[in-house]
Design a protein around this ligand. Structure first.
Ligand code: HEC
Length: 251
């Protein structure tokens, strides 16, 4: 009996040869559907946050870098964080088809809003950390993304040469990508820009994992305020990059 079957029988579900019958719900499934049934039951019964064990940020970074070339930024970061947990913990993580996050690509299907890497990090953190902790972790990741010379990660087998790092001063895909392109003199479609985003995905995934690991060790502290606490409304900190005169926020 494999572990999924054990879980099933613990819950009083009859395990037949090639067939599963879910007594209480009155559902019968042939064996090929059994895996899904187990997973859905598992996810429903595991309230958030899901169990977390420390994972290796370097492993996360590698998965995220490779993941970018499979399904871009949002998927890349989510898979970098969640794949090691699927392997280590299984359970609810295993039922998550991370591919569902690929629509976050290009700041959500190319609209250049939130950088997809941050969307991936946010969604993954939402499963892992309690709400209050998750908010602070994501706040720190957003700030780090905005303030740091990126990308930092160097892949073992780079798909393009990326020498230039840049600071976005913003969590928006449009601003982040275009500042880099201008500084590097590379187009959006260039292999270098693509690899820059893949490396950046590795950075964001690894940084998020480092913060989650700190939290797991009881060492995560954050005093960073969220923008509404500072400005009385939602927003990014670089007001004057978009507003020549910052308008008054209605108080
Ligand atoms: C990414 C660009 C961007 C950033 C960063 C940004 N804003 Fe805006 N904001 C806009 C745009 C565009 C509008 C709508 C057009 C306009 O009226 O200027 C707007 C509208 C507003 C408005 C509504 C009044 C108005 O004139 O339309 C307020 C108030 C405002 N922003 C305050 C802020 C503050 C405070 C910050 C920094 C915490 C900030 N914004 C950061 C782009 C930005």
């Amino acid at each position: 009996m494999n572990s999924d079957e054990k879980k099933l029988s613990r819950r009083g579900i009859i395990v037949g040869a090639g067939k599963l019958a879910l007594g209480a719900a009155g559902i019968a499934l042939v064996s090929s559907g059994g895996q899904n049934l187990v997973s859905i039951a598992e996810a429903k019964e595991t309230p958030l946050p899901w169990p977390y064990e420390k994972i290796d940020p370097e492993e996360t970074a590698k998965i995220a870098y490779d993941g970018w070339y499979k399904a871009y930024c949002s998927y890349a970061v989510a898979s970098g964080i969640l794949t090691p947990l699927q392997n280590k913990i299984g359970g609810p993580y295993s039922m998550l088809p991370v591919d569902g996050l690929r629509l976050g690509e290009g700041g959500i299907v190319g609209w250049g809003t939130i950088c997809g890497t941050l969307l991936g990090a946010t969604v993954a953190t939402g499963f892992i950390a309690p709400y209050d902790v998750g908010k602070q972790v994501v706040n720190e990741v957003m700030q780090w993304y905005s303030d740091t010379q990126l990308p930092v990660f160097t892949p073992e087998k780079p798909k393009a040469e990326v020498r230039l790092k840049s600071v976005s001063n913003s969590p928006l895909c449009h601003i982040s990508v275009n500042k880099w392109c201008q500084a590097a003199g590379k187009s959006f479609g260039s292999p270098e820009r693509r690899d820059r985003c893949a490396r950046l995905a590795a950075d964001i995934a690894a940084h998020t994992v480092m913060l989650l690991n700190d939290w797991k060790d009881g060492k995560f502290v954050s005093t960073l305020k969220m923008p509404p606490a500072l400005y009385g409304t939602t927003g990014q900190h670089n007001c004057n990059e978009c507003h020549t005169k910052i308008p008054d926020v209605i108080g």
